[in-house]
Design a protein around this ligand. Sequence first.
Ligand SMILES: C[S@@+](CC[C@H](N)C(=O)[O-])C[C@H]1O[C@@H](n2cnc3c(N)ncnc32)[C@H](O)[C@@H]1O
Length: 192
Amino acid sequence: MNILTGALPAECKQGGVVRNIGCGNSEVGKKMIESRLASVVLSVDIAEGAVQALSSKQDSTTPPPKPPSPGIEEFLVLDATNLPLRTTSSIDWIFDKGTLDGLMYQSDAMDVLRRIWDEAKRGLAPHGVFVLVSLWKPEGRLSLIEDTLGGRVVDRCFEIEGLVGQGMRMEGGLSGVDRCYVYVCSPVSDSK
Ligand SMILES: C[S@@+](CC[C@H](N)C(=O)[O-])C[C@H]1O[C@@H](n2cnc3c(N)ncnc32)[C@H](O)[C@@H]1O
């Protein structure tokens, strides 16, 4: 997470409100709060089991904060393609680590990804960015983001190495992966 902290642009380092799409059982939301990247993390996953496991894991393993925790993480069992949230434009940045990658294997992948993309657009504040962490190199992701899904440009892209053991390894069978790519995406209208 320290590596990611260094890689993120300034607008992602101000302790804002983050939506973590497809949180799975990753503790990255907790690490965002600990490193003060976020003050509120809304960790969303369609799989009830994943959200419950993560929530109870943190309940049982997190000691009472001293000093008080600099933020909170909420766990929500929701479909990121259709979020029943009335508030719009309230999220400072949206984080996806591995969810887009995983959905690419579904037969209706593009439809699902477009709907997640649309929900992200509805939720993000005007200054908000979409931070995508992917195992795929730019040649496999830039065109998908900018052309196929559209509406966003990749402002910055970082290759991050040495993630194993730092809470950033893709979980669920991809052991040995020691690098990934971070894509910081802004709305097209924000680009030059
Ligand atoms: C590859 S896992 C990544 C998990 C986690 N982000 C990580 O880094 O370990 C993808 C996650 O996306 C979730 N997911 C898939 N479709 C979803 C949807 N429509 N809405 C919310 N979560 C979804 C899955 O349940 C799974 O937990």
